[in-house]
Write a protein that binds this ligand. Structure first.
Ligand code: 4AD
Ligand code: MG
Length: 477
């Protein structure tokens, strides 16, 4: 007999004479009530064991964490809290669990403890919910772009170009660490390496995606990216997933429209399909907030916050306006910021971004037209010769969630910029070809997928929204 998912049983509209389920025991009460979870839904199904007619030996093996197969009938529940339960006719123990040693005890664990047990943490309601939401969001991303006719491009993970400058890179090499081949000048001789050149893990698929946009029109990447910065924060991972659309003939305004529409679509999609999980996460966050002192509480609940993002346009503010706001802000005047904003040209730290979003505008913000000096080489120079058509989208509680720009499509301007930065033009020969043969206005952006999952789940540490986080000094599992 094929087993049925707990989700389908709980959604049943009628009782069923014979059912079979498989899952893991969350709790076993009074030698009678099994709370069974199979990961298909946050809720457990209650399975009522006929303990008088079940061998003592079997009852003993129904322990927290054990894998079991249950046969019985789906009946209306006698107890409160659930519509249906299973009247058990047979329990089979598929895998025993030593309940005393099982780390996921039926009680509240700290998030730190759960991170150390990332291989088991999805046995909890919280991590089951987060990972189901993550899965639905990633499907929503494909759904959105596919509906709009974008082509999904798998850009390389091992890259031979280090021009993006988005972050420190992890080297990819097959050379031995001892007796590394050296050139006459004593440098590592990458000619001897696997690819015959220096290679790294990619920090972004953008440059390669641009070449595809300049032929397929609208493309997107969605894949892992790697950054070796030593940023031990609750917003940074060394391995994270990024979504990067790139669109021919889009200018910066069209790029902003796309980003806003896209983010609203995927949030709405998750809200419609993850109702139970989001309700649970909403309640979790509300309970967390209650623990905080009054002045540190966020005014809105999770669902309220998500709804707010759907219903309100993101505020579009130039970097120059933002600097004026920040210069005149209380924390700047009272020297409460770690980095005091003194003049135009300063790079914005996350404390500034969060001030703008959480205190000043109280809404998602798109900052645009940044100083060229603090942005990447490929961004389109404005006529003022000092700002570029960059945009960052800032979210409450998160800070930067998207970074993007209109790209410099003029070959000569791009070449000049590359020279100024001392980048070897040879290295970018293929990238420059897109500007040599049929160049056109085009734009794109990168959305940090985990930062989106953070926002939608209301979690506060990025390590809790990716299955096995990679951070400095941590690559367990
Ligand atoms: O702003 P970034 O560095 O932009 C780029 O890489 C561009 N090439 C994107 C493009 O235009 N196609 O990164 C984009 C986003 C950030 O806004 C942030 O959400 C996320 O990626 N991000 C990280 N997420 C987790 N951990 C990190 N270390 C991250 N670094 C960036
Ligand atoms: Mg950025």
């Amino acid at each position: 007999m094929k087993h049925t998912k707990v989700k389908d049983l709980l959604n049943s509209t009628n009782t069923i004479d014979e059912v079979s389920v498989k899952g893991w025991v969350r709790t076993f009460r009074n030698n009678q009530f099994i709370a069974l979870n199979d990961g298909s839904v946050i809720h457990n199904i209650q399975c009522v064991v006929d303990f008088e007619n079940t061998p003592e030996e079997t009852l003993k093996r129904i322990t927290t964490g054990a894998a079991v197969a249950i046969k019985g009938s789906l009946v209306e529940s006698q107890g409160k809290g659930q519509k249906y339960e299973i009247k058990v006719s047979q329990v089979e123990i598929l895998g025993d669990s030593d309940a005393e040693k099982f780390p996921m005890q039926p009680k509240k664990h700290s998030l730190e403890f759960l991170r150390e047990n990332a291989h088991l943490r999805t046995r909890t309601n919280l991590f089951g919910a987060i990972m189901r939401v993550r899965s639905v969001l990633s499907f929503a991303i494909h759904q959105y772009f596919q509906e709009k006719g974008f082509v999904y491009v798998n850009t390389p993970i091992i890259t031979g170009s280090d021009a993006e400058g988005a972050g420190e890179m992890f080297k990819v090499t097959a050379l031995p660490f001892d007796k590394t081949p050296r050139t006459e000048e004593g440098k590592v001789d990458y000619k001897e390496d696997f690819f015959g050149k220096e290679t790294n893990l990619t920090v972004s698929g953008q440059l390669e995606a641009e070449t595809y946009a300049m032929s397929l029109g609208q493309v997107y990447t969605f894949g892992p990216t790697f950054r070796a910065e030593n940023s031990n924060t609750s917003r940074h991972l060394a391995e994270f997933w990024m979504v990067e659309p790139e669109v021919a003939f889009n200018d910066l305004d069209a790029n902003m429209d796309l980003a806003e529409d896209f983010i609203q679509y995927v949030i709405k999609y998750a809200m419609e399909r993850c109702e139970d999980d989001l309700k649970f996460l909403d309640e979790r966050l509300a309970a967390e907030e209650k623990q905080k002192p009054q002045n540190e509480r966020s005014g809105m609940g999770l669902l309220e916050k998500l709804q707010f993002v759907l219903e309100n346009n993101f505020k579009r503010v130039s970097y120059t306006e933002a600097i004026d706001i920040l210069k005149n802000s209380k924390p700047n005047k009272n020297k409460k910021f770690n980095y005091i904003i003194e003049e135009w040209g300063a790079d914005l730290q996350s404390e500034h971004e969060r001030y703008l979003v959480e205190k000043h505008f109280k809404s998602p913000v798109i900052l645009f037209d940044y100083p060229a000096k603090i942005k990447a080489f490929y961004m389109r120079l404005n006529d003022d010769n000092k700002t570029v058509r960059a945009m960052d989208i800032l979210f409450p509680g998160i800070g930067e969630i998207v970074g993007g720009s209109q790209r410099e499509e003029r070959l000569d301007v791009l070449q000049q910029k590359i020279a100024e930065l001392g980048i070897d033009e040879e290295e970018l020969w293929w990238y420059l070809d897109t500007r040599r043969f049929g160049t056109a206005v085009h734009s794109g952006f990168g959305l940090g997928f985990e930062r989106l999952v953070l926002f939608v789940t209301g979690m506060s540490n990025i390590r809790d929204v990716i299955p096995f986080p990679r951070t400095p000094q941590n690559a367990e599992f």
